[in-house]
Design a protein around this ligand. Sequence first.
Ligand code: COA
Length: 375
Amino acid sequence: MSYSPAITGAGVYTPVESISNAELVEAFNAYADKFNAENAVAIAAGDVEAKDHSSEDFILKASGIESRYVMDKSGVLNPDIMYPQMRQRQDDEPGIMAEMAVDAARKALAQAGRKPSDVDAVICAASNMERAYPAVAIEIQDLLGIDGFAFDMNVACSSATFGIQAAADMVRSGSVRSALVVNPEICSGHLEWRDRDCHFIFGDVATATLIEREEDAKGPRFDILSTRCATSFSNNIRNNNGFLRRSRPDGVKDRRDMQFMQNGRKVFKEVLPLVSQHISTHLQEEGVPHTQLKRLWLHQANKQMNDFIGKKVLGRTPAPGEQPNILQEYANTSSAGSIIAFSQNSEDLSEGDVGLICSFGAGYSVGSVIVQRRA
Ligand code: COA
């Protein structure tokens, strides 16, 4: 016996605080000036490289990003700190990722007309976990009051689509009746805010999707027609620390490779053909002509990248609204980006309309989900 999976609800938790490009650049430039003053002798001797100013124009032109939401604005913008200062939670209180995910999950459940007791499994799929164990997903399961089981998974920016594939496969096989996939992303915790080349890239957010049997859906839904995941090892996006930095306690060496690192140019060049080809092959093998695609919800890293992929897949420049971007407001939110785009730009689709969710990033990794609107 096999069942057909559908996305019946999606939700987004958006942090209260946001940082505009102007605020970000002002803080970075103050930090750079201070660094240069403190290291004037070494810079003059050629032993240390002076830090250049960042620029709003560059950020907007290179990425399309205008602002980002963060869990702690004051730490990030303080030139003496330059990282989010999140209070270390006690072991008997909810973790910060769990709290964000629970908010997004409740919204997804509300859209689906479901209660936590209707859910059988929770997958927490994100780029960085707040701790190694117990799994953050199990804490979320507990906070929501869900029976069954939960587990964490990490495929960096592709975590959400890989999580949806795992959930859809479980629903299809009958091992669960419904599963929540949550993507709490505290990207501010692993971004090096003191590095001009990347300080503008990320923001914080959490997203959630509920995957159920089509036949169980209580309202409009998106049938999951097919999923496809692929990975190919690359060091061009890498974080050697592997967990969120809450502080820089004495004695911990503050190495650059402990934060997000990327070779942005290479990523741009190598990932574009990988993703365009992945989507085109997926559509072809499922017998879905690109002319049938009503919407593309792409990973949100860079506007130019998305414009390129949209054009390549559709064979023409996408019409306004066909390939919605949210990165101007949210920046790159890792795995959550394509799900924010989906959650905020899907309810207007009509019965039978076909769309594609696609995320891509570190690994390299790329995941695509072909969905069909059912009223
Ligand atoms: N302000 C002003 N100038 C800046 C700057 C900033 N914040 N950051 C970099 N520059 C400068 C560089 O120093 C460089 O100067 P140079 O030409 O004198 O050497 C110039 O601007 C171009 O820098 P470059 O890094 O080559 O920019 P880019 O056009 O490649 O854009 C990215 C940078 C990161 C936006 C772009 O490469 C990208 O989006 N890559 C893919 C990223 C991605 O998807 N990552 C996935 C993460 S999950």
